[in-house]
Structure formats: structure tokens, C-alpha cells
Design a protein around this ligand. Structure first.
Ligand code: ADP
Length: 598
């Protein structure tokens, strides 16, 4: 329904009431004044009639001419129209006309009343005189010897009516002025009432739009107490709403932060399996944009039968379901530990399903690595232990008696014990580096690289000498870098040992270090160990740095290798936030590089 402004509801009604009251008052006043004048005139005429009637009695009816003369003179003097009517209605005398020319007056209402013995009166247009007249007739018979009939006196009321009309017009004009004045005053008052209400309407509208900062100005000068109280209540409400909105916004932001920053993948869907929300982790995993998929059917976005079965189960049973599901993202196979829980509204009705997924792929991989590692370690340790056990038993079984055999067997046992020692040593080194890296960043100091390389070469000289291998150092004597010298020494020694081990006699090994400048990035220290040895087949390169990985197991073991050397190098590089790479060509040699950001 169309609504009208309050002003237009109050104002016309006000105006109508004022106008009605004034018109009523004017009409009533005019009527009262008119009646008052008429009553006055009527009683005046009646008095005149009675006076004349006494004269008329004296003359009537014997002398009609004297009566006529009396009437003419009296009428002129009193400015009154006098008519004497006989009991049969004939006009006996008249102040203004010849009675013989006049109609029978027996049917005139005032005359008829007078015939019945009462005083009659009426207002009528007189055709004889051509104007409105007030007639009053009295019965002269009421005076002792008076004749039967009526004495009628009349005056013109045209003048009085004119006067009354002019008075009425003046009153009407005055009333209209009052109406205009009242209209203006009522417009002003209506506006005054309306203005604060309109201001409050605007305030309430702003509130509805969420503009809780702009409060309604309370002006006690222009506002009534009630309106001011209403404005105060609205302002109070605005403040409360503002507080609540702030609290809700804060909570929503907190939740939003939790939701988006959680590493768990979260997905909320409604009972029709439309996506309500998806957090960044889930969106990233499935290569989706959280905004784009909102409101879409899950089926069209993530096609995984296991996941859909889980959701169906939750929607059907309204119970939590938890299991590992396998998802393929491209060629990658992921194991996601998935929990699907029902979401309910305040009344307990099911509103959807919340799915929380944890990527367990890495954990599973680590678990597999750990299992493999334990198996590898056991296997690596068993070989020397079995060997030692076998030779000791053989010695005990009598081989001890043959000094030659005894010496040979004891030498083998010593070699295997040394191998065992080397493996345990390497394992301890690895776990030490891992522990250091896990806890905190390893200690790094500015170190002269040339000196470090020289120390490593010194350590390997004896073995290099055995194979007549020359080791060259290519490094600026003043080169400085931030490293952990002990760990780097260990890594370079491992690389040098490998270079010597896997090179034929009389070859050359080069160890070098250089600081490489990089545009927009940190400088990096690159330490290289290059040999001219047997090289490595391409297929091995990827797994070379795994623990216990060896390209040629027999050869490595024969050389006393543990299969942990490169793994140690890799961990030392990682402990420096760096990496290790290899370039190799079978038959031509290999180059290992440790890269350490400065
Ligand atoms: P190992 O104790 O067996 O030497 P490493 O972890 O040091 O163990 O090396 C792993 C494997 O990588 C070795 O068994 C070897 O096959 C290969 N390898 C390492 N360094 C070299 C190299 N400089 N030239 C050729 N092969 C190498």
C-alpha cells in the first residue's frame, strides 16, 4: 500500500477540522443573529399592531373611509404597511393600496392564525409591494368590543436582510482569514512535529544500512520529550548493534584466519552436495579457486568415489565417518586421512557435511623410509657381523692351530670389524647432523676456504698416494665464506675419498671453491670435487644421495664403502640451507658440487 508522509496525514485533517468548526460557527452565529433580529422585529410589529388595533376598533366598521384614511396616515407615520381584514377575508382598509383592488386575504397564513384568536406572523414576498415582508396579524376581537377579523401590520425586511447578508459576508471573510492563519499555524506545527520524526527515520535507515557511526542528533529545543526519548533509544540501539557487529566481525575474522591458515584441507558442503566453503589448503591441493567453486556441485569439482561414498554415509547416518582415501592429482598419488562430520543447525537439523583432510603422503613416505632404513641398516650390519662370527667360529674349530690360516682369518675379521666401525661411525655422523639441523640452525663462522680445502687434501693424501693420484686445489687463498668448518671438511673428505676410490690409478682429482654472484639473490659458495674416474650411469644419479645406495655394491664394499658417504654430504649441505648436485659421464669422470647460500 502506498504510504503518505505524516505531515500530509496530520495537516489536512487539522485544516478540515478548523474549516468545519469555523463554517459551523459562522452558520450558527448568522442564524442566531438573524433569528434575534426577526424576533425583535416581530415583537415590535406585534406591539405596533396592538396599538393600532385599539384605534381601528374605535373606527370600525361604520366608517370605511375614516378607517382607510387612518390606515394611510398611520402607515406613513410609522413606515408600516397596515391592512385591516374582515372576518370573511375581505380587505377593509390598507395603508398603501385601494382595498377594493385587493384579493381576499383570508388565506394568508398570518391572517388565518389571527382569525383563530392568536397572533400570526410570516415572512413572504409581497407581490403588491415587490419586496420581502414580515407580516404580523392580531385579532382585534380580543379587545372587548372589537370586530371579528384581523389587523395586519408589515414591514419590509429587504434592508434588514441586506444588512444581515453584509454582516454574514464580513464574518465569512474574517473566518476565511482565520482559516488561512490556522492553516499556516497548523502547517508550521505539523512540520515541527514532523522534522525530528523525519530525522529519526533517516537515522533508522542509516542504521539499517549498517552506518552505525552516525547517531541521531538530539535537540531538546525542537524535539518533544517523547521524540527525544525515542531518538535516545534509537541511538542506544545503534551503539549496541555497533558493539555486536564489532564482536561478530572480530569472531568472523578469527574464524576466517583459522579457516584459511589451517594446513588441514577443509571443505563444507550442503545436504545437496553443493560446496558451501573450501579453504585455501584444499583449494590449492585440488587446483581450485575457493571463490569459483562456491555453490557448485561437489561432483563436478572433485571426482573421487571414496569421498562421495563417505559423504553419502554421513548424510544418511548423520554420524562421523573417518578413513584414509587415495586421491590422484595428476600423476601424484596422495593419501588423505579424511574425517567427515555432520553439521547441524541450532535445532539439530542436518545442514551439511564438514570434511577435514590431512595429507598423510609425506608421513607415509617417511614411515616407508624409516622401515627401509631399519631393514638396510640391519642388512648392512649383518654382513660384517656374520662374516666375523663365521671366521671366529672357524678359528675356534681348529683353524687357530694353523698359524697361517689363523693370521688370514684374523685379518679378515679385523677388516670386517673396521667396516662395522665405519658403518656405525657414519650412522652416528648422520644422526648427529640431523639432530643439529632439526633443533636449530647450525653454527656458521667466516672461514678461509683455502685452509679448509688444504686440511681435507692432507687427510686424503695417504690414500691418494697409494693410487698415485694427484689432488689439485683451485681456490683463492683469501676466499672467505660463512660455513661450519668441521662439517664442510667432513663433506669434502667424503667427496675426495669417493673421487679417489672410484678413479683408476694415476689420475687427477681437483677440489675447488668459489663465490658465485647472483643477480637479485644471495651470493653462493660453490665447492666442487671433480675426478677423471669411472663416472656414474645416468639411471643412478637420481638415487645417489639415498642412504646405503650404491651403484655397484660389490665394488663399494670391496673398497670399504658404507653407502652413507654421499648421504652425509647431502645432509651437511642441507644443514647449511644448501644443496648438492652431481654431473657425471661414465668413463670420463664425475663432478660433485656443494652449493651454500651466503
Ligand atoms: P660408498 O661408501 O659406497 O662410497 P657413497 O654414498 O659415498 O657410498 O656413494 C654411493 C655410491 O655412489 C657409491 O657406491 C658409488 O657407486 C657412487 N659414487 C660415489 N662417488 C663416486 C665417484 N666419484 N665416481 C663414481 N661413482 C661414485
Amino acid at each position: 500500500m502506498k504510504t503518505r508522509r505524516l505531515l500530509w496525514q496530520i495537516y489536512p485533517a487539522n485544516l478540515l477540522i478548523t474549516l468545519g468548526a469555523i463554517l459551523l460557527l459562522t452558520w450558527f452565529g448568522s442564524a442566531t443573529v438573524r433569528n434575534f433580529f426577526f424576533d425583535q422585529m416581530r415583537s415590535d410589529l406585534e406591539a405596533r399592531a396592538h396599538l393600532i388595533a385599539q384605534q381601528v376598533i374605535l373606527l370600525s366598521p361604520a366608517a370605511p373611509d375614516a378607517l382607510q384614511e387612518f390606515c394611510r396616515q398611520a402607515g406613513r407615520r410609522a413606515n408600516t404597511h397596515i391592512t385591516v381584514v374582515a372576518a370573511d377575508g375581505r380587505v377593509l382598509a390598507d395603508s398603501d393600496e385601494n382595498p377594493l383592488d385587493m384579493d381576499n386575504h383570508g388565506n394568508r397564513p398570518e391572517v388565518m392564525t389571527a382569525f383563530s384568536g392568536e397572533t400570526g406572523s410570516s415572512v413572504r414576498y409581497s407581490r403588491t409591494l415587490g419586496q420581502n415582508m414580515l407580516y404580523v396579524a392580531v385579532p382585534p376581537g380580543q379587545y372587548d368590543s372589537g370586530p371579528a377579523g384581523a389587523l395586519r401590520v408589515a414591514v419590509s425586511i429587504t434592508a434588514m436582510e441586506k444588512a444581515l447578508k453584509s454582516i454574514s459576508l464580513q464574518v465569512l471573510a474574517a473566518c476565511l482569514l482565520v482559516v488561512v492563519f490556522a492553516a499556516l499555524v497548523s502547517l508550521f506545527v505539523s512540520r515541527k512535529i514532523n522534522r525530528p520524526l523525519e530525522e529519526m527515520t533517516r537515522g533508522a535507515e542509516k542504521l539499517a544500512r549498517g552506518e552505525t557511526d552516525s547517531l541521531i542528533a538530539i535537540d531538546t529545543g525542537t524535539m518533544s520529550t517523547e521524540v527525544a526519548a525515542l531518538a535516545r533509544s534509537l541511538n542506544h540501539m545503534a551503539n549496541q548493534i555497533k558493539d555486536r557487529i564489532n564482536t561478530i566481525t572480530l569472531q568472523r575474522n578469527e574464524l576466517e584466519t583459522f579457516f584459511t591458515s589451517m594446513t588441514e584441507m577443509i571443505l563444507a558442503i550442503d545436504p545437496r552436495k553443493r560446496i558451501i566453503r573450501i579453504n585455501r589448503a584444499a583449494a590449492t591441493l585440488f587446483y581450485l579457486s575457493p571463490e569459483d567453486v562456491q555453490g557448485k556441485m561437489l561432483q563436478g569439482v572433485i571426482r573421487n568415489p571414496d569421498l562421495h561414498r563417505m559423504i553419502d554415509a554421513v548424510l544418511e547416518s548423520a554420524e562421523k565417518v573417518e578413513k584414509d582415501i587415495i586421491v590422484f592429482i595428476g600423476a601424484e598419488r596422495l593419501i588423505l586421512h579424511t574425517r567427515a562430520v555432520p553439521m547441524r543447525d541450532a535445532g539439530g537439523a542436518l545442514t551439511g557435511v564438514l570434511i577435514v583432510m590431512n595429507d598423510m603422503t609425506r608421513l607415509h613416505k617417511l614411515e616407508n623410509l624409516r622401515r627401509d632404513f631399519v631393514a638396510n641398516v640391519s642388512h648392512e650390519l649383518r654382513t660384517p657381523v656374520t662374516s666375523i662370527k663365521g671366521y671366529v667360529e672357524t678359528l675356534l674349530d681348529g683353524a687357530m692351530d694353523n698359524p697361517e690360516d689363523a693370521k688370514r682369518f684374523l685379518e679378515i675379521t679385523a677388516r670386517q670389524a673396521a667396516r662395522l666401525d665405519a658403518i656405525i661411525d657414519d650412522l652416528l655422523t648422520l644422526s648427529r647432523i640431523e639432530a643439529k639441523t632439526g633443533e636449530h640452525e647450525i653454527a656458521r663462522i667466516r672461514t678461509n676456504l683455502y685452509e679448509v680445502l688444504e686440511t681435507t687434501v692432507q687427510a686424503c693424501l695417504a690414500r691418494a698416494g697409494e693410487k698415485n693420484i694427484r689432488i689439485d686445489i683451485r681456490c683463492d687463498k683469501h676466499l672467505q665464506a660463512r660455513i661450519n668448518p668441521n662439517l664442510i671438511e667432513q663433506a669434502v673428505i667424503n667427496l675426495l675419498n669417493n673421487a679417489i676410490t672410484y678413479s683408476p690409478d694415476s689420475r687427477k682429482v681437483t677440489v675447488g671453491a668459489v663465490i658465485e654472484k647472483q643477480e637479485g639473490k644471495k651470493d653462493r659458495l660453490v665447492i666442487t670435487v671433480a675426478d677423471e674416474g669411472i663416472g656414474i650411469e645416468r639411471e643412478h644419479l637420481e638415487r645417489l644421495f639415498e642412504r646405503f645406495y650404491r651403484c655397484d655394491k660389490g665394488r663399494s664394499s670391496a673398497q670399504g664403502g658404507t653407502g652413507l658417504g654421499l648421504s652425509i654430504v647431502k645432509h651437511i649441505a642441507l644443514a647449511h640451507n644448501g644443496s648438492v648436485t652431481v654431473q657425471s659421464e661414465p668413463g670420463r669422470g664425475s663432478t660433485f658440487s656443494i652449493i651454500i647460500p651466503q
